[in-house]
Design a protein around this ligand. Structure first.
Ligand SMILES: C[S@@+](CC[C@H](N)C(=O)[O-])C[C@H]1O[C@@H](n2cnc3c(N)ncnc32)[C@H](O)[C@@H]1O
Length: 436
């Protein structure tokens, strides 16, 4: 039955992410365990990915709609039913699938498994009702009220206030644009690829074409990187021939920026697998960095002129691009990561030469990983001082800096009349100079 394998794969992936804690991107690599894509052709993989992505982006409201339709809740003996219902609901409410096809394929999918086969009638009824009451559920979806896990929304309200949190959540429900960092000539590439040049210099497209098919990819003229993610490496203001450490480097978006300045860059990461990706990316871009596989918290070397710490974090600023983050992270992750980040920060201080500098950044909206982390670092390391970011030099709007002069972006910033071209990832970055 055409379309069935893609729907089955999507339902499995949604379960692997929400129940198994897997990263969505990882589920779509050939090394995924379990591999849900075996035997699927490229079109089916793309369809499964788009269903799973939308389902995770709108999981809160989909679950809310299903709970309104399933008066008695999900049958306890068939919890796997939920994933098939979620995949089908994502298609009915948010994708251009014909209702009857989405319902029919979901019914066929649940009939394939002995544990769920007896509920085919229930699935049929629930999904038909969902399609009939589509407008009501779309109105519910518009509010954005259900699309962030309550614990995260509550934190953001405390940090950013009610109104901004609403805008953050609403932006996270949208499909993000594709941002490119070009080696040179952003205006030329924007024209060739049908995009725009942002004030910060990134090229922004709204295409859904596979990246590898876009002009300039194979020739290594640009790489994919959110506009906010492109700013921290620039804050380091690296000069040719300086010795620079990229402390958490893979897959190498920021290493590429640092290496393209002519600096001597060491790209360090704990993950040998991810460093293979970095090496392949640098190869395509015809750029060079020395690669080191090591745990940053125990790293030792001759002092560097400049260090970038793009620390591992909860990544709650990237939920637009990685909707799985909203459903796989938990409050204790913030505490665990904050401890690791502080250790890395102190190690970086130990290998910064007097007069040298550090840029510390995270793609997290949580102050414990950003603002608070820097304040604690400065208390522990009085030989460092903060240097406010120069927004004019970055071409960034004034709202990109916080009161301390650090970079702080939130997803609803960089608005655009064309909503397909609006928003940025949530990022935090601070510049710290070691006294000579
Ligand atoms: C936010 S990602 C880096 C993204 C990268 N800078 C870029 O722009 O493409 C964080 C990285 O930290 C690495 N990492 C996590 N713990 C580490 C540790 N203890 N030592 C070194 N690297 C670590 C992860 O493997 C991951 O690649």
């Amino acid at each position: 039955m055409p379309g069935l394998p893609a729907r089955l794969a999507a339902a499995h992936v949604i379960c692997d992410v929400v129940q198994g804690g897997h990263r969505l991107d990882e589920c779509f690599t050939p090394f995924a365990v379990p591999n849900r894509l075996a035997g699927l052709d490229a079109r089916d993989v793309a369809l499964a990915r788009s269903i799973a992505t939308v389902a995770l982006r709108r999981l809160g409201v989909i679950r809310r709609a299903l709970s309104l339709l399933l008066e008695k809740g999900l049958p306890r003996q068939a919890t796997r039913l939920e994933w098939a219902l979620i995949a089908a609901a994502a298609q009915i409410l948010f994708l251009d699938a014909a209702d009857h096809a989405a319902v029919d394929l979901a019914v066929r999918a649940v009939r394939l498994e002995p544990k769920t086969a007896g509920f085919a009638g229930l699935v049929n009824g629930v999904l038909r009702n969902l399609a009939r009451r589509r407008d009501e559920f779309l109105a519910l979806a518009e509010s954005g009220e259900f699309d962030a896990p309550p614990w995260l929304a509550q934190r953001w309200r405390r940090t950013y206030g009610e109104a901004e949190t609403k805008r953050i959540v609403q932006m996270q429900m949208r499909e993000p644009p594709l941002d490119l960092t070009t080696k040179s000539q952003p205006a030329f590439w924007a024209e060739r690829l049908g995009g725009v040049v942002l004030p910060t210099g990134s090229v922004r497209l709204s295409t859904r074409q596979p990246i590898v098919e876009l002009e300039g990819f194979a020739d290594g003229e640009w790489w994919v990187q959110d506009a906010a993610a492109a700013l921290p490496a620039r804050l380091l203001d690296v000069k040719p021939d300086e010795r620079v450490l990229d402390m958490c480097a893979a897959p190498g978006g920021k290493t590429a920026q640092l290496a393209s300045t002519g600096a001597r860059v060491t790209a360090l990461d704990r993950s040998a697998e991810r460093l293979k990706l970095l090496a392949a990316n640098l190869d395509r871009l015809k750029l060079h960095a020395d690669i080191a596989v090591a745990d940053a918290t125990g790293y030792s070397a001759q002092p560097f002129d400049a260090i970038l710490i793009d620390a591992p974090c909860t990544a709650t600023g990237t939920i637009r691009r990685h909707p799985d983050v909203a459903w796989t992270k938990k409050p204790s992750d913030i505490e665990t990561l904050a401890v690791l980040q502080a250790k890395m920060f102190d190690r970086a201080a130990a290998v910064t030469r007097p007069g040298g500098r550090i840029v510390y950044c995270v793609c997290s909206l949580e102050p414990e990983e950003g603002e608070t982390q820097v304040a604690a670092f400065l208390r522990r390391n009085p030989d460092f001082r903060r240097e406010p970011v120069d927004l004019a030099a970055l071409g960034a709007p004034s709202e990109f800096a916080n009161r301390d002069g650090d970079l702080r972006t939130t997803p609803q910033m960089l608005p655009n009349e064309d909503s397909r071209l609006a928003g940025v990832d949530g990022f935090f970055a601070a510049r710290l100079f070691r006294r000579p």
